[in-house]
Ligand binder design. Sequence first.
Ligand code: SF4
Ligand code: SF4
Length: 409
Amino acid sequence: MSEEEAYEFVKGTLKEERIIPYKEDELEIIKSIEQCINCGICINHCPVVAGVGVDQFSGPRSIAVELSRSPPEFWTTGDKVYLCTGCGTCREVCPQSVNIPEIVNMIRARIFEHRPDLVPKELHKVLETIHAHEKAFAPWDDPEDKIDSRDMRLERLGLPLVDIESKESADVLFYPGCQAEEMAQEVKEAAKVILKRFDVNFAVLDELSCCGLPARLIGDEKTARELNTSLKEKIKSLGVKMLVTTCAGCTSNISDIAVRDNWDIPIYHMIEYLIEHIGIDRLQAEMASDTSATKITIHEPCHLIKHTSRQILDYAVEILQAIPNVEVITSSARDSCCGGGGMVAYHAPSVAKSVVGINLAAIDATSASRVVTPCPLCTATLEDNLYRSGIPIDVDDLTVFIATHLSME
Ligand code: SF4
Ligand code: SF4
């Protein structure tokens, strides 16, 4: 039998047994799970297990075991993998560094390819929006309403509207992400106020396109890659030297794809950019000194501390401590997932709510009057759930908090 005939024979046998072989990049991820020693530490730390119990979500280790299944049998797996928020806690505590979040993404991609009927219908709807608009949120029906909403937000915060006159030879691309582009417009505008105050030569995209994270989390790797390529081309045509974003998910996702696809520019969260390129002394010098005393607590987004770098949150504390009359109080659950990740809230809101519950109790136990967090998704999730729970604590995106504490020019 020739080599070619042997290959065809093996392929035929696999088909008969309904086995779909792993691709080369998937085999790398599988090597990670082979390191597991079954200690169970990941289960003890998983916020979804803590929120809903092992009967509903059997935990990280069990997800990894599902890899031994053939995709046609994934109907037993579907219930589990779509409940993982992708927080990364399991990988962080695992003594063997088993990469569960990547395993979850890989299983979701295999389900999407071989058993799309098992993908929650709400996630198919998100994909429809992405395919229609290159964004995870549909644009406003009436663009005038979007402008009115932006202006109302700016007025409430006392922030000016910053016009960008020219994009020619900008050094920095400010990338707000889908959420701050369409929904949390105050975050985008606050970032522009800060960048202008420090004379940064920056541009924004005329037409923002998604970084690809939601498509990737749903398992549609093809769409995610197309969005990655589209964004790379837009950035290359601007010729900027770096990208700055205010979204935790965009920071971790774009950082990864920029390395994978050789973008050749550094990616920063706004907090990192402020400390590393503006400097704490300049920041402190621009802060208003006459603001009233505020006790705040910080929520730490998983996509920053567990997928990018914990140092970003050290920077966040450094900035907050440089604002006069602000006292930072630590919440015992400051780094616990808010439940907003992994697209869970789209199809299983009660599970997402159980996850955020751990946070709410801890925030309520502080004497803080405000929570700040450097991510518009965490901001929206905490704000909504604190309000629904009747806990009278305000929530601000950290970029907004900084912009509203700059001195008047
Ligand atoms: S990534 Fe987070 S939610 Fe998902 S299994 Fe790990 S600890 Fe649980
Ligand atoms: S913590 Fe790591 S080694 Fe322990 S059971 Fe979980 S995946 Fe396996």
